[in-house]
Write a protein that binds this ligand. Sequence first.
Ligand code: ZN
Length: 202
Amino acid sequence: MATQSADEESLPLLGEAFAVELANSRYRSDRDDLDFLDDPTAVRRWFDAAPDAAGLEVPAGLGTVAAGRLREVRDAARTLLTELADRSPELSAVAVERLHAASRQAPAHLALTAPAGEPPGWELHYDGPPEAVFLASVAAHCILFVAGDDAGRVRHCARPACPMIFVQQHSARRFCHESCAHSVRQARYYRTTKHARRGAES
Ligand SMILES: [Zn+2]
């Protein structure tokens, strides 16, 4: 997925689980280095657009310090998800501890939800100042993902220059987005036709 600017249409969002989208909010390739959580305004824009960020409320007065802490949580998630995609035999202890430290920012308890006509479920409820609750709940989402069933399906996009990761729900999926599949097909086509022309010339 090629992303050139930080405006809303080009946010690197794929409709993946929250932790995966969060990890992809730092788009670093050979050509680009874009941080979509660069400052409080960018954080708000990203969370408003991220499909799986429901229930994660960006505090009204989110400051630059909290935005920096959020980026630390994101970087830890990015490290761990990259290690999962690489099938690394161990996970970074520093990244693990960073998620734990953020998760400890606010005390939480389990609440049973039982809306009429729906199966019962659970939620984590937090206490504390809004920024602490925000960071703790973001970290909890990442922890639950890394320890969850989809962790073994995290993959790198097969387009060599693309830094995006995704969850491979179907074995046929190799690219983060159709645009990456398309650009690889196109590159292959040009290579093949160039070879064919060279072949014809000789
Ligand atoms: Zn891609």
